[in-house]
Write a protein that binds this ligand. Structure first.
Ligand SMILES: Cc1ncc(COP(=O)(O)O)c(C=O)c1O
Length: 404
C-alpha cells in the first residue's frame, strides 16, 4: 500500500536538466539551470567561502553539538543586518536560520497558515516555479497578480496594482526583493513606493523573497525595495537565500524573518517558528551558516566577498551586453532593450514552446519554458552561436507561421 503509488509530477527545470545530461551531443549548451557559472562552465567555490571554511570555521570548531531551533545566532544577527537597514526595525524582527531559501519559504508558509488559515497569498504571474507549490502544500490559497508588460517585458506597475485591488485585508503579497525569477524585470524605487502606499492603505502584508541579493546591484541597492516597504509597514515576512550570492547551494543556508509590529512580540513569534521547525527537521545544518557568519563579521573576508560578488554581477552584465549586441547585429526581430534593463541572472524572452523545442532539438541549446535565459551560464565563446541559433529559430518559426 505504501509503495504502489501513482506517477508523480516532474519539476520542469529538473526534467530539463535530466534531458541535458542525457543529450550526447558534444556542443550542447545549458541556459536553463538556475545557478551562476564562470566562463569555464563551472559553478565556482568563492575564495571568501574557501578561506572562511578552511582557515576559520574548521579550525575554530571544537564541537558539533546542536545549535538549537533558531540555528546559528551569529548568522541570524548578521543576515538581519544585511537585509534590514533600520536598527529599531531589526530589533522587532524574529530571524530563524533555515535550510536554504526554499526552507525559509516553507517555514513562512506554514507560519502564515498556522496564524491565518483563510489567508490568500498573491503571487506574480509568472513567478519562481516553486512558489505556488510550496504555498499550496502548506495549505494556503493562492491568487496571481499580473506582472510584466508582454511587449516591453518590463514591470507593468499599473497592472500589478489593478490585479491586487481584489486582495482583501490580511492577504499576503509575495514580491521578489530583486532579480525577479524568471523575468529579470524588477520594480523601480517609484514602484516600491507605490506598492508601500497601496499595501498600507489596503492593510495587506508584504512577503519579500530575496534570493539574489548583490547579483542585480550592490547589496544595499538590492535590499532597497524591502527597506522602502519597511519604512512605513510594520509587519512583513522576508525569506532570504545564501545559495547564489555566497555560492553555498549544497550547504543549504537561508533565513526566514518576520518583522513584528512591536519588539515584545518577537519572543512568541520565534517560539512559533521554532515549533514549526521542530515538527519537521528540528534544526538547520550549521556548517554553511558558520561560513556566512564568518564572512560577514571578519572585515578582510567581507571585503573579499563583496569584491567577488561584484565580479559575478559584472560577468552577468557583460554577458547581457554581448548577447544584446550580437542579436542586434544578426537582425533579431523585436524590441530587446529589456536585456540591458533587467537585473540578475535571468531574463524571460516570452518565447513559445515551439521556439524552445527548436533551440533544444536543432541547436542543442536548453532554455526553460517561457524563454527564461540564464545569462550567468553563457560562456563568452558561445555568444555568437547562441545569438545565431536564436535568430535562426526565429526565422524558421516566422516562415512556418507566415507561409507564402
Ligand atoms: C526566487 C527564489 N526564491 C527561493 C529560491 C530557493 O533558493 P534555495 O536554493 O536557497 O532553496 C530560489 C532558487 O532558485 C529562487 O529563485
Amino acid at each position: 500500500m505504501y509503495t504502489n503509488i501513482p506517477k508523480g509530477t516532474k519539476d520542469p527545470i529538473f526534467a530539463l536538466n535530466e534531458s541535458f545530461k542525457n543529450d550526447l551531443r558534444e556542443k550542447k549548451i545549458d541556459l536553463g539551470v538556475g545557478v551562476f557559472k564562470a566562463d569555464n562552465g563551472l559553478t565556482p567555490l568563492m575564495k571568501s567561502v574557501q578561506v572562511a571554511e578552511s582557515s576559520y570555521v574548521i579550525k575554530e570548531q571544537s564541537s558539533k553539538v546542536y545549535k538549537g531551533l533558531m540555528g546559528n545566532d551569529g548568522f541570524n544577527r548578521e543576515i538581519g543586518k544585511l537585509l534590514i537597514e533600520n536598527n529599531d526595525v531589526r530589533e522587532s524582527a524574529a530571524v530563524i536560520q533555515t535550510t536554504g531559501g526554499s526552507g525559509a519559504l516553507r517555514l513562512i508558509s506554514d507560519y502564515i497558515y498556522s496564524v491565518n488559515p483563510d489567508c490568500t497569498v498573491w503571487v506574480s504571474n509568472p513567478s519562481y516555479a516553486n512558489h505556488a507549490p510550496i504555498l499550496k502544500d502548506a495549505g494556503l490559497k493562492i491568487c496571481y497578480y499580473d506582472y510584466i508588460d508582454s511587449d516591453s517585458r518590463m514591470v507593468d506597475i499599473k497592472a500589478v496594482l489593478s490585479s491586487l485591488n481584489s486582495a482583501k485585508e490580511g492577504d499576503v503579497i509575495l514580491l521578489h526583493g530583486c532579480c525577479h525569477n524568471p523575468t529579470g524585470a524588477d520594480f523601480n524605487k517609484e514602484d516600491w513606493t507605490q506598492l508601500k502606499e497601496f499595501m498600507k492603505n489596503k492593510r495587506l502584508t508584504p512577503f519579500v523573497d530575496i534570493a539574489y541579493q548583490g547579483l542585480g546591484g550592490t547589496l544595499e541597492q538590492d535590499a532597497g525595495g524591502l527597506n522602502i516597504l519597511l519604512s512605513e509597514i510594520q509587519e512583513m515576512f522576508i525569506t532570504s537565500s545564501c545559495s547564489k550570492n555566497f555560492g553555498l547551494y549544497a550547504e543549504r543556508v537561508g533565513a526566514a524573518i518576520i518583522v513584528c509590529k512591536q519588539k515584545d512580540f518577537v519572543p512568541n513569534v520565534k517560539r512559533r517558528l521554532g515549533n514549526i521547525a521542530l515538527n519537521s527537521y528540528a534544526m538547520p545544518p550549521n556548517h554553511g551558516a558558520a561560513i556566512v557568519e564568518k564572512i560577514l563579521t571578519e572585515p578582510f573576508l567581507n571585503c573579499l566577498w563583496v569584491d567577488e560578488l561584484g565580479h559575478m554581477r559584472e560577468r552577468i552584465k557583460s554577458n547581457r551586453l554581448a548577447l544584446y549586441s550580437a542579436l542586434k547585429d544578426l537582425g533579431y526581430i523585436g524590441d530587446i532593450e529589456f536585456i540591458l534593463s533587467h537585473k540578475g541572472m535571468f531574463s524571460s524572452f516570452g518565447w513559445c514552446e515551439s521556439f524552445i523545442n527548436i533551440m533544444r532539438e536543432s541547436h542543442g541549446i536548453y532554455i526553460v519554458q517561457g524563454g527564461r535565459v540564464n545569462f550567468a551560464a553563457i560562456a563568452k565563446n558561445d555568444i555568437i552561436r547562441i545569438a545565431s541559433s536564436i535568430c535562426a529559430a526565429q526565422n524558421l518559426l516566422h516562415r512556418v507561421l507566415s507561409p507564402v
